[in-house]
Write a protein that binds this ligand. Sequence first.
Ligand SMILES: [Zn+2]
Length: 117
Amino acid sequence: MVFNTNITIALKNYLNKYNVKTVSLFELEYVCKGFDYLRVKIKKKEIIFEIQCPLCDQKHFYKYIISDLMKKDMLIGGCEVLNVPLFLVGKEDKIMEKVNKYEHINSEINKMICTLR
Ligand SMILES: [Zn+2]
């Protein structure tokens, strides 16, 4: 069995759209190069995401056990202040499915808003 260590992160930007990146678990600490408001720390068996929230401008922390993270299809972290999803982490296909659905709904809403104007 090949152990897939790739992990996909989708993080909302201040435009309320998702930026998506797939990296190997071992490169995760460097992923913040692509996301300037995300810091990732790996401590023993835990992984800590530190996000300077682009939606509410506060810092949020999320802590996961690495083995849990690799087992799950997808974990969703939310902005605690606005109570909306902020980032997704997990398997690429699941994340892409969710992001595409979200982008589609968002564009439909925008279309509706435009026709209402
Ligand atoms: Zn927030």
